[in-house]
Design a protein around this ligand. Structure first.
Ligand code: HAM
Length: 423
C-alpha cells in the first residue's frame, strides 16, 4: 500500500534542497551581522506554553496539534517560535547573564489550517527575539532587519506595515472601545465572536468568518486610543526608521493575530503581482507580558518571524535565483567489479583532499556509463579500465575541453588537486 504525505505537508526533494540551504545561509549571515545568536528549542512543549489563559487567538484555540504522550502529559507541537523561546529564556534564567538577549531560530512549526499555496500545516519560520530591554531603537532595529534581510535576498516587492497597540492602559481603553462598538451587533456575529466581545474583542478584527461584516470594517483603530506615553514611544520608533530611510506604511488597522502584543506591531507583505492571498512574508511586534506570564521577571521583548516557504515563493515570483550547488569535481567510471576496490581507495584520497567526487555503482556498458557520467555534470571523469589498470594508469578526461590524459594511479590525487587548485 502506497502511503502519501500528511495533508498540508510537503517534501523538499534533493533537487530543491539547495534553495533551502542557500536561504538558511543567508539568514545566518545577516542575523550574525546584527549580533543575534542561534537558539534551538524543542518542537514539542508542554501545552501550557501556548495555551495560556490569556491566549485566545485562533492559532492557539483552534489550530494547535495537541496530544497526550504515553505518560499522559499534555503536549503541543509548536505553532510558532516565540513562546518556546521565552519558556527557555525563563527556565535557563538567561536574564541573569545579559540585560538584552538577542536570539534567532530556524525550524518547523505546526498549525491545523486550511492548506493552500503559501499556507501549510507544517511550515518553516526563521525568527528573532530581543528580550530584556525596552527601547524604541530596538523596535526600529527589528523592522530595519526584516526589511534589510528581504532586500538583500533580492526581493523588490516588499511592503512594511507598522502600527502601535500602545501600552497596557491604551490597550485596555481600545479594548473597551471595541467592546462598545461591537455590542450592538452581537447577534450578527459568528458564535466565536459573540464570546470574543467580552473576552477579547481584538480577535474579532481578524476573525476569518466575520471579516466582511460592516462593524468589523468600521471598527475603531488602536491609534485613537494611544495615551501620551505610547504615542511618544511610537513616534520615536518612526524617527529611527526615518533616519535609516526605511520606507514603511502606518497601517492603522494592523493588530496582528496573536494576543501577546503591545506597542509596536509590524508585518512585511509581498507586493508582487499574482503572488496570491498568502502575502504576509513576516510579522512581529513587542510583547511586555509574555516573560512574566511564563514565570519570569517583568521584562519585555520584541521579535518577528518570517515564513520560509513564502520567501522562496516570493523569490520564484520575482525570478531571483540562488546559485545551484557546485558541480562534481570528479566522477570515477569503473569497468569491472574487481576494480571497484581501487576506485574506493582513489575516491577516499580525493575526498580527503577536498575534491567533490563520486563513482558509478552500477555495472553497465562503457557507453551507458559515459552517458550517466556526463549527466552527473562532473568537471573530470576518471576512467578506470582493465587495460589501464594493468599499466598502472587511469584516463582523466576534462569534460569541458574533452582533453584526456593518462595519469599514474599513485599521482591521481596530486594531478586532481593541482588541476582543481585544492590544497
Ligand atoms: P505569525 O504572523 O503567526 O507570527 O507568523 C509569522 C510568519 O509565518 C507569517 O508572516 C507567515 O509568513 C508564516 N506563516 C504563518 N503561518 C503559516 C502557515 N500555515 N504556512 C506557511 N507560513 C506561515 C508569529 O509566528 C510570531 N511568533 C512572530 C513573532 C516573533 N512575534 C514576536 N516575535
Amino acid at each position: 500500500m502506497a502511503v502519501n504525505k500528511v495533508k498540508g505537508t510537503y517534501d523538499v526533494l534533493p533537487s530543491e534542497s539547495y534553495l533551502w540551504q542557500a536561504l538558511e545561509n543567508q539568514i545566518r549571515e545577516v542575523l550574525g551581522q546584527y549580533n543575534f545568536k542561534e537558539i534551538r528549542t524543542p518542537i514539542m512543549e508542554y501545552s501550557e506554553v501556548f495555551h495560556r489563559h490569556t491566549e485566545l487567538s485562533d492559532m492557539v484555540t483552534k489550530e494547535t496539534y495537541d496530544f497526550d504522550d504515553r505518560g499522559d502529559r499534555k503536549l503541543t507541537l509548536r505553532p510558532e517560535g516565540t513562546a518556546g523561546v521565552i519558556r527557555s529564556y525563563v527556565e535557563n534564567k538567561l536574564y541573569t547573564s545579559q540585560e538584552l538577549e538577542k536570539v534567532y531560530y530556524i525550524g518547523p512549526n505546526f498549525r491545523y489550517e486550511r492548506p493552500q499555496k503559501g499556507r501549510y500545516r507544517q511550515f518553516y519560520q526563521f525568527g528573532v527575539e530581543a528580550i530584556g530591554t525596552v527601547d524604541s531603537a530596538l523596535d526600529a532595529e527589528m523592522i530595519i532587519l526584516a526589511y534589510d534581510f528581504m532586500k538583500r535576498l533580492g526581493l523588490k516587492g516588499v511592503r512594511v506595515k507598522i502600527n502601535s497597540l500602545g501600552d497596557e492602559e491604551s490597550r485596555q481603553n481600545y479594548r473597551k472601545a471595541l467592546e462598545d462598538h461591537f455590542q450592538p451587533h452581537v447577534h450578527e456575529l459568528c458564535s466565536d465572536c459573540q464570546q470574543r466581545i467580552t473576552k477579547n474583542p481584538l480577535r474579532i478584527l481578524d476573525c476569518k468568518v466575520d471579516q466582511k461584516h460592516k462593524a468589523v470594517k468600521e471598527a475603531p483603530t488602536p491609534q485613537d486610543y494611544l495615551n501620551e506615553v505610547s504615542r511618544a514611544y511610537f513616534q520615536k520608533v518612526l524617527q529611527h526608521l526615518n533616519a535609516a530611510k526605511i520606507s514603511y506604511e502606518i497601517a492603522h488597522k494592523l493588530v496582528r493575530g496573536l494576543d501577546y502584543y503591545s506597542h509596536t506591531v509590524f508585518e512585511i507583505e509581498a507586493d508582487i503581482e499574482g503572488f496570491g492571498a498568502q502575502n504576509a512574508l513576516g510579522g512581529g511586534g513587542r510583547y511586555q507580558k509574555l516573560v512574566s506570564e511564563l514565570g519570569g521577571p517583568d521584562l519585555g521583548g520584541i521579535g518577528f518571524a518570517c515564513g520560509m516557504e513564502r520567501l522562496l515563493l516570493a523569490l520564484e515570483a520575482e525570478n531571483v535565483a540562488f546559485a545551484k550547488e557546485s558541480e562534481l569535481d570528479a566522477y570515477v567510471i569503473v569497468f569491472s567489479e574487481d576494480l571497484k576496490v581501487v576506485a574506493t581507495k582513489i575516491l577516499y584520497e580525493l575526498r580527503v583532499s577536498g575534491v567533490k567526487a563520486d563513482m558509478n555503482y552500477t555495472q553497465k556498458s562503457f557507453k551507458a556509463q559515459l552517458k550517466q557520467a556526463l549527466k552527473m555534470n562532473s568537471k573530470y571523469l576518471i576512467i578506470l579500465g582493465d587495460d589501464e589498470y594493468q599499466k598502472g594508469v587511469v584516463g582523466i578526461k576534462n569534460t569541458k575541453t574533452e582533453k584526456q590524459e593518462e595519469v599514474v594511479i599513485s599521482k591521481i590525487k596530486k594531478y586532481m588537486t593541482e588541476k582543481l587548485e585544492k590544497k
